[in-house]
Write a protein that binds this ligand. Sequence first.
Ligand code: GLU
Length: 397
Amino acid sequence: MEYLSDRIRTMATSATMAMARKSRELKARGLDIISLSLGEPDFNTPAYIREAAKEAIDGNYSKYPPVSGYVDLRDAICKKFRDENGITYTRDQVVVSGGGKHSIINVILSIVNPGDEVIILAPYWVSYYDQILIAGGRPVILETTIENDFKVSLEQLESAITDKTRLVIFNSPSNPTGMVYSRGEQEAIARVIQRHEGVFLMSDEVYEHILFEGEHVSMASFDFIYDRVITVNAVSKAYAMTGWRIGYIGAPKWIADACDKLQGQFTSGVSSIAQRAALAALSGKDGSIQMMRDAFLRRRDLICNQLSGIRGLRVRVPQGAFYVLPDISYYLGKTDGTEIVRTADDLALWLLDRAGVATVGGDAFGAPGYIRISYANSDDLLTEAVRRIKEALEILK
Ligand code: GLU
């Protein structure tokens, strides 16, 4: 322990992974736990993608792939960016990595120096914060609340930018809020970035296909900041492929080259079989994206309706992704007679213990006073989970 690096000492354990681990352990001990902590589709990977992976095994895709990914996969990603997002990237601007998380840290390590500031919009996805710390950067958090739909104002963004700002991380649809910025709002944010030379914007678009209202707009599709945007995406959420670990970026070539260089020392090219599966996913569609989106929409309505019937909870209906982030501050400071629930993390642990429902406390998302619920689960389990949460919360006085 005394020999652990400062880097490891100062970073936090991923809250989503920690809660997922806890609920797996409790389930393994035979407890009846409903897991709404880890955000991942409950669907299986579509059959045409699984078939492609089997063919890749038999086709001997067993050698090191190129560091940035197979050429045909990167070409398919360029086509996807062009057709779905209106962005032109060439294959040397694309890098395939081990999931969106890996793509994001590659970019941070490539352009953030120790002491540089990185702006993140709270509530933010847990790993942004610690990935910035790993790079020696300084996270600068812009706060939002449920009252303003968890959206930052232009004034907030403008006034947070300093000479030290290198990067702004943007995520719509958002994990953990499910909020979606409009085209106009995004364009205005892009204009702020444009005014500050040397400031880059990483647009995390992994939830683009899980969108219930409005349109998905890619930040790099605004020509005037194209050369300052890094677009991050993954096959994980859209194609129910979280375990395959394939994420990718489209970026200015010098940033893609830097990620290639970094990856060449860290991982080399990522799993050959998973890359072939990702190629199949992006090149052939069978309606699964639409089917899953429809299911998530139905579950959103179901869970939001049910949660809004619980005393003290405030819920903003999300427009995308598969998370809802109720404001639970009414319960902070309350007690079951033995324990006092002081923080959102306390409440998440208390609900795990008392209700057998795993959620994630908002603290690690920069959202104290909220808990994140992933509703990528069956209608029956969601209904049962909310029933248990309601019953448990009635105890808190
Ligand atoms: N993005 C998912 C989540 O937020 C996966 C977990 C993770 O990688 O942190 O639950």
